[in-house]
Write a protein that binds this ligand. Structure first.
Ligand SMILES: [Zn+2]
Ligand SMILES: [Zn+2]
Length: 152
């Protein structure tokens, strides 16, 4: 939107009502996986590396819920993994930010309208946040879930 300044807003969401449906890697690959559902919703499929092991992780698509499923490896609690796009292999580590709770690296996933979801890469750490870019600043006025849904 030329001529309009975009505002990035960090959103604190405590409820487990939001279902992340459209996330991509920085190269635009869709990461939601219809064939593996968690809580009845398509999970977010990522390639995962922990020490010398490679595998996949299916992230719980309910924002704030952590019923992730590991495949091909197992990460101990407290282990810090690394996530990659299963399509192009790009690292999803967020080089601009670290976890506010444990200082571990974080991963970042892109939302359709320029927003992002970030989460801590340490297993067992629950820190995560969502940033939404909104040209109209409507989101600043209303944090209702039905408004947020349109960003996911
Ligand atoms: Zn990709
Ligand atoms: Zn953390």
């Amino acid at each position: 939107m030329p001529g309009k300044e975009k505002v990035q807003i960090e959103v604190e969401i405590s409820s487990k009502k939001l279902n992340v449906k459209h996330v991509t890697c920085p190269n635009g690959h869709q990461l939601c996986c219809d064939s593996k559902k968690i809580h009845g919703h398509p999970s977010i499929k990522l390639k995962v590396r922990y020490k010398e092991q490679d595998g996949f992780i299916y992230l719980d698509p309910i924002y704030g819920s952590y019923d992730n499923v590991e495949e091909g490896l197992s990460i101990p609690k407290g282990g810090v993994a690394e996530f990659f796009c299963p399509e192009c292999g790009v690292s999803l580590t967020d080089h601009a930010d670290t976890c506010q709770l444990c200082s571990s690296p974080m991963f970042v996933l892109e939302l359709p309208k320029g927003g992002i979801v970030e989460g801590c890469l340490k297993k067992g750490c629950i820190f995560h946040k969502m940033k939404i870019v909104d040209a109209e600043q409507q989101i600043a006025r209303s944090f209702e879930n039905n408004t947020l849904e349109s960003y996911l």
